[in-house]
Design a protein around this ligand. Structure first.
Ligand code: GCU
Length: 425
């Protein structure tokens, strides 16, 4: 071997390993519509083997299952096994919370596997004066105590991402961050309109860092195992699973009529996967969920598979890494994830300035999923033109493009409540 070959071989090996792991420096994001590649949208109504699907029964028996299994094994990752035990305990209750407007309950859910336990807390507000109310269930980013200034809401112990603006340091939430995210949750309006809210701190299910030693994943490990297997769950699937475990409690609360699952951004991705995996959710809301959520991968506009796998290697299953910068070989796209939720009501919301999340890709994917809703006689999004800003379209599928940035605003919640009136009450 010449000296040159000696250095080239290990270099090639490192390059190959990094590429396989999706850890290479990523190309800059494209924000130019003229540079969006030409691509064909995989047809939700043609099976992988080329068979045409003509009705809802064929869809459910043939196509839905194969799409579901693809997303499960190749994108978000499979849940490895059943739990050994599950428990819940109402640890705090006040029937006259928020100046008498609400009943507040805080419930500890316990998940047990292999003699290891993970606990998380649900904060639940239900409107007083209603026998049964529909509830929005959504994760929060920094703790249940951040969504309200109610002094009785428990502060989470779990690892928390530092954020100077939200007064979180040393990876611990404290009293200082109580109420810092109130603007993202229209709690008063929900209660006034007869809706409840259930929220959970997502870090109690799985801390959002590239480390599989803690959180839900670790409960399921065999001896010596340190991370999920190749086709098993990443963090998004674990968060989705946590929403279903919250649902196990909520569906048995006699004051709750039905549950609409909601999520913003990475938690919107989790809400969509929860909606696809668990049909007990009567409606699903994706707020600015972007790449790996409602947006089409194949447009490669804003964040791409390469970017997301590179910055958040723990979010998807390991098997998804092979699609980094190879969108063209992916046999599905995110409109098919949306289609898995059919015929249940689904709201996809974008924001004009949220280009990283590709608002147009979120809209198109909603539109392309519509034909599956059509099989059930449900109305999807039949617009061919991109909708006007701040002009929501609300049918069984709903969409709006809000003016402004990546966020959850009172405007968004106003639309969700108006839409939910049509099916949740
Ligand atoms: C990052 C990430 C997005 C994600 C967002 C969020 O911007 O790239 O995919 O949606 O964080 O969760 O706020």
């Amino acid at each position: 071997m010449t000296p040159n070959q000696k250095t080239v071989k290990p270099l090639l090996f490192i390059l190959l390993t990094l590429t396989t792991l999706g850890l290479m420096a990523q190309p800059e994001a494209n924000y130019d519509e003229t540079k969006v590649p030409k691509f064909s949208v995989p047809d939700p109504l043609t099976t992988f083997s080329g068979e045409a699907i003509t009705d809802s029964q064929e869809w459910e028996e043939k196509r839905k299952l194969e799409i579901y299994q693809f997303f499960e094994k190749q994108i978000y990752g499979k849940v490895p096994a059943l739990l050994d035990e599950y428990s819940f305990k109402v640890i705090e209750q006040d029937n006259q919370a928020l100046e008498g407007k609400a009943q507040r309950k805080q419930i500890t859910v316990g998940l047990k596997k292999n003699n290891r336990t993970l606990n998380f807390n649900i904060l639940l507000y239900l409107p007083n004066g209603n026998e049964k109310a529909p509830v929005f269930l959504g994760y929060n980013f920094h703790g249940n105590h951040t969504v309200t200034d109610d002094p009785n809401v428990i502060i989470p112990e779990a690892w928390n991402e530092n954020n100077a603006d939200l007064k979180i340091s040393s990876n611990k939430a404290t009293e200082a961050s109580r109420g810092v995210r109130m603007h993202r949750w229209s709690i008063d309006k929900m209660l006034d309109n007869g809706y409840g809210l259930a929220t959970v701190y997502y870090g109690e299910i799985d801390p959002d860092k590239n480390d599989f030693s803690d959180g839900l994943h670790s409960l399921f490990y065999a001896e010596e195992q340190t991370k999920p297997k190749t086709n098993e769950w990443g963090s998004i699937a674990a968060w989705a699973y946590g929403l279903s475990r919250a649902m196990d409690y909520l569906e048995n609360d006699t004051n709750i009529s039905n549950v609409i699952v909601f999520g913003h951004s990475r938690l919107g991705k989790a809400a969509l996967w929860a909606g696809a995996t668990d049909d007990r959710f009567s409606g699903v809301i994706s707020n600015n969920s972007g790449c790996g959520g409602a947006a089409l991968f194949k447009r490669k506009f804003g964040e791409t598979i390469g970017h997301i796998n590179n910055s958040f290697p723990h979010w998807f299953s390991e098997s998804f890494k092979k699609y980094s910068n190879k969108e063209e070989i992916l046999p599905v796209d995110q409109h098919q994830l949306l289609a898995l939720i059919a015929p249940r009501p689904l709201y996809v919301a974008s924001a004009v300035e949220d280009e990283w999340a590709d608002p147009k890709g979120e809209f198109l994917s909603t539109q392309y999923a519509s034909k599956v809703y059509g099989l059930y006689g449900k109305k999807g999004i039949d617009l061919t033109e991109f909708p006007e800003t701040d002009r929501p379209i609300q049918q069984t599928m709903a969409y709006h493009m809000r003016s402004g940035k990546h966020d959850v605003t009172a405007y968004d919640w106003d639309q969700y409540m108006t839409w939910a009136e049509t099916f949740a009450k």
